[in-house]
Design a protein around this ligand. Structure first.
Ligand code: ACO
Ligand code: ZN
Length: 157
């Protein structure tokens, strides 16, 4: 393996760095409690990327139950993913997402995964498409500033 980064499960001692990355990268910020609760409930799908022992990216997810045509199913929800600006475009975001999707299927028996993304967020939309997500629909005014979201999803098998 010749990539300069590795991925591993989040540990509580990563919390401050993950909060820092979230604040640098996204307008959607969360309380400490929110991060810890996702970790406590869904530890397998809270994953970080490290480069030279520094945490430079994270993905955190929630597993939700919902109805589809087939009845009650479990869905993975990517709540937040981010990579520090100086470390982008070398596969870290893709590695985090693939790892989380794999963990959803393997540990939580999830059959599909969804997320919301700003319609203007071309880097993230391209990342999701590259992994195999499709746009299902637009959610009008989803964000605090009134911007629309795409609801995107992928079937896991
Ligand atoms: N422009 C166009 N396409 C891009 C860009 C870009 N700037 N960045 C990534 N992509 C697409 C490309 O298809 C790329 O493949 P390629 O490099 O072979 O062309 C593919 O995504 C994979 O890129 P990675 O290197 O794996 O992704 P990266 O490590 O750069 O992280 C991320 C992508 C997480 C979206 C990063 O840009 C980021 O942190 N952005 C700010 C935070 C953010 O917007 N997070 C998503 C919000 S939505 C949510 O969290 C559910
Ligand atoms: Zn969401």
């Amino acid at each position: 393996m010749d990539r300069p980064f590795n991925t591993r499960k989040f540990k509580p001692e990563d919390l401050n760095q993950v909060i820092y990355i979230n604040q640098i990268c996204l307008p959607e910020n969360y309380s400490t409690h929110f991060f810890i609760e996702l970790y406590n409930n869904f530890p397998e799908t809270f994953i970080v990327a490290e480069e030279e022992e520094k945490v430079v990216g994270y993905i955190m997810c929630r597993i939700e139950s919902g109805f589809s045509g087939l009845g009650l199913i479990k869905r993975g929800h990517v709540v937040s993913i981010a990579v520090l600006p100086g470390y982008r475009r070398k596969g870290i975001g893709g590695a985090l997402l693939k790892e989380a999707l794999h963990a959803m299927a393997a540990h939580y028996n999830v059959k599909e995964c969804y997320l919301e993304v700003r319609v203007s967020n071309v880097p993230a939309i391209n990342l999701y498409r590259k992994i195999g997500f499709r746009i299902d629909r637009v959610i009008r005014g989803y964000y605090a500033n009134g911007e629309n979201a795409y609801l995107m999803s992928i079937k896991l098998d």
